[in-house]
Design a binder for this molecule. Structure first.
Ligand SMILES: NC(=O)C1=CN([C@@H]2O[C@H](COP(=O)(O)OP(=O)(O)OC[C@H]3O[C@@H](n4cnc5c(N)ncnc54)[C@H](OP(=O)(O)O)[C@@H]3O)[C@@H](O)[C@H]2O)C=CC1
Ligand SMILES: O=C(O)C1=N[C@H](C(=O)O)C[C@H](O)C1
Length: 246
């Protein structure tokens, strides 16, 4: 039986994780922590693995505390950059523990990111539009950042230059953010959970790759897969692509 601690247990994702883990015959929730709780061996209640969905401002600190407490971690919180990954990788290796951090655990979203990378070298233009509920605190989404970086890597490897764009004046920022040269746009709309469209254009044609999470249950198969496999992957794993065999 895998013993699981949930960090951010009262949040939107934490609530779904507590329910999903509780419904599995091979795992149980042994601790539920929220803002204001201290992460320690005692408060983690003998957990083997902690699932962390909190806020970009607290996630890295929580992961270091989990490693210090001798627990492997599955992390869905966004806001990670390369320096933070490097610090956590070093800490996990030094502690002989495992951390898996993924910007998106939904199977459709992971596949959409991969499809975008495959398609990117074949199109002149590429833009990412992410659409989320208006209670989300970060923009653009972690998924959109990862998608844009994947597209940029694929374009670079294929020898493609900048996306075509004749815009000379944009005083209101209507052309969105640029992540590694790829335009990224963020929509916040009541009623949405999490969606993303990758628009790819050539003369006379367009390819749209779209993924929708209508409900947070969409993230649970990926989270449970990560909980079951994280401890057999020493150090840091980023994304669930390799766990899915992609
Ligand atoms: N990877 C993926 O597939 C997905 C990632 N996400 C990401 O997960 C994160 C959380 O999203 P969501 O659940 O919607 O957010 P919520 O705001 O609903 O939940 C966050 C929870 O974290 C708690 N919290 C805040 N700080 C701490 C802390 N230092 N220690 C412990 N708990 C803390 C909050 O508790 P309190 O209010 O008491 O402070 C709250 O209950 C975001 O970064 C989001 O982008 C979301 C969906 C899918
Ligand atoms: O905050 C959310 O809701 C989501 N956050 C993640 C992100 O920023 O990519 C994953 C998903 O899009 C839902």
């Amino acid at each position: 039986m895998k013993r699981v601690a949930v960090i951010g247990a009262s949040g939107r994702m934490g609530t779904a994780v507590v329910k999903a883990v509780g419904a599995c015959a091979d795992m149980e929730v042994v601790a539920r922590l929220n803002g204001g709780d201290t992460i320690s061996r005692e408060s983690l209640g003998g957990a083997d693995v902690a699932v962390e969905f909190t806020s970009p401002a607290s996630s890295e600190r929580n992961v270091h505390a989990l490693l210090d407490a001798g627990v492997d971690a599955v992390v869905g919180t966004t806001g990670w950059d390369d320096d933070a990954y490097a610090r956590v990788r070093a800490h996990a290796e030094e502690a002989g523990r495992s951390v898996l951090i993924a910007p998106n655990f939904a199977i459709g979203a992971v596949l959409a990111m991969r499809f975008a990378q495959i398609a990117a070298p074949f199109f002149e233009s590429a833009e990412v539009v992410e659409m989320h509920h208006p209670d989300k605190v970060d923009a653009p989404s972690g998924t959109a950042i990862a998608t844009a970086r994947g597209i940029a890597r694929a374009r670079g490897a294929a020898g493609l230059g900048d996306v075509p764009d004749a815009t000379e004046s944009d005083p209101h920022g209507a052309r969105g953010a640029r992540i590694d040269g790829v335009p990224v746009h963020a929509v916040r709309l009541r009623g949405l959970t999490a969606s993303e469209e990758v628009l790819l254009g050539n003369p006379g044609e367009q390819l749209v790759i779209r993924t929708d999470s209508f409900d947070r249950v969409s993230f649970m198969p990926g989270v449970l897969l990560a909980v079951r496999s994280v401890s057999s992957r020493p150090g840091l794993t980023v994304g669930i692509e390799s766990v899915m065999g992609l």
